[in-house]
Design a protein around this ligand. Sequence first.
Ligand code: ZN
Length: 255
Amino acid sequence: MRWTNFTSGTPMRGLLLLLCCAWLTVSASPTHQQPGTTPSQTTPRPQPAPQTGEKPRPAQPEFFVLIDAGHGGDDRGAVFGGKLQEKDVTLSLARQLRSELENRGISARLIREADSTVSLEHRADVANAQRTGVYVAIHAGAPGSGVRVYAALLPSAPAAGRFLPWEAAQSNSLERSKAIADAVAKELQKTTLPVARLNSPLRPLNNIVAPAIAVELAADPNEIHVLYSAKLQNSVASAVATGIAKSRAQMGTQP
Ligand SMILES: [Zn+2]
C-alpha cells in the first residue's frame, strides 16, 4: 500500500474557499420599437412583481463521488506476485466503482483516468477545489485478505479559529466520513469477504474537506490473482456503491 502517514512536518495550508456559483439571469423581455424610434430609445417594460413573494432558490450543485485510484505512473504501489501492480488494481476497481455508482443514479468522477503520476497533495487539492460529495480512495495491499475500510484519524483537536490547518482539514466532515465508512463496511460484510473497519491517520484523507473514506483490497499471498478478478472487483464495487447510496439517502441532501 505504502501510504504516506501524516507527519507534523506537513506544510500548513488554509482551507480552500469553495467557489460560489452565481447564476446571472438575463431578462428576455421583448423590445417594442415605436415608429420613429431606435432600439436605444425604447423604455424597458416594467417587470411584474413575483406573485409568491419568494426569492428564487440558487441551483443545488450536483452531488458526485470523487474516486481516487491510488498510485499511478512512476508510483507503482505494492507489487504482487512479482508483476501485478497495485496502481493497475486500483484503477480497475475505481472504474468499476464509477460504473456501479452511476447505475444507482449517483454521478462519479475519477481523479486519474490513466496510468499517470499524481501527488497526494494534488489529489487533496482536486477534491477540495471541487464540490466533492464524497471522496473515496482505492488501494490494495498486504497483509491479510478481504477488504479494509478506513476513515481518517486526526492527530489532535484542531485549534479554534477561522482556518483549519491543512492536516486537520477533514475535521468538520469526520463524523459523516465515519458514518459512510460504517455503511460501506456493512454492505461489504454481506459478501463472503473478510471486512475490517479502521480509522487511521492516512493522507490524503486528513487533508480533504469533504467526507472521505478509503477502501483497500487486501491481498492473500496464496491468491494474488484474485485481486484483479472481475468477480472480486464487481463484488467490492457493488457493495461500496450501495453503502454510499444508502448513506446519502439517510443524510438527505447532505453528502
Ligand atoms: Zn496503496
